[in-house]
Design a protein around this ligand. Structure first.
Ligand code: ZN
Length: 170
């Protein structure tokens, strides 16, 4: 069986990002005992990842690089914003163990959507935070192997995601 729409695909891989300041930064690894398993073709993964796996068979190896535009997108300068430092106060006090340059903090916008922001800098009045995805603007390099391919069940197709063995939900 080859990778195609409505196949449940398991892959093991190593991901490196090509960063300007470092040669290659290792981001994550999955192995054959704990592969990434997903329903192919529903768009749940970054766009370029599925395109490079299309048509592969179990045991096939892969090695490809995705530009930022095919991965997590270019860095958006409008996603770097200044916030009043007052919103970081809890009981009128700022915890500088939390508000620290480089820390990634869980935030929410006016509609209550949750998002992570990285503290870029701050002064007495304002905090500059970067809401870009941590991998935005970066080329990603994947090497790995197709571990398994199976036909998705009717239930998996209707849910739009793969189920792991013994997984039940309503
Ligand atoms: Zn489900």
């Amino acid at each position: 069986m080859k990778i195609a729409n409505n196949a449940v695909v398991s892959v093991s891989y190593k991901l490196h990002a090509n960063l300007p300041q470092e040669e290659k930064k290792h981001i994550e690894t999955t192995d054959n005992a704990h592969p990434l398993t997903f329903l192919f073709g529903v768009g749940g993964l970054i766009p370029g990842f599925e395109r490079n796996l299309d048509g592969l068979s179990p045991g096939d190896k892969f090695n490809f690089t995705l530009d930022a535009s095919e991965a997590y997108g270019e860095t958006d300068p409008n996603a770097v914003i200044n916030l009043p430092i007052d919103i970081f106060k809890v009981d009128n006090v700022i915890d500088f163990e939390v508000l620290k340059t480089g820390n990634v903090l869980p935030m929410s916008d006016h509609e209550g959507n949750r998002m992570n922001g990285k503290v870029v800098s701050f002064n007495d009045k304002d905090v500059t935070m970067d809401f870009n995805h941590p991998l935005a603007g970066q080329a990603l390099h994947f090497t790995g192997e197709v571990v398994d391919i199976r036909t998705a069940s009717e239930e998996e197709i209707s849910h739009g995601h793969a189920h792991s063995p013994g997984h039940h939900h309503h």
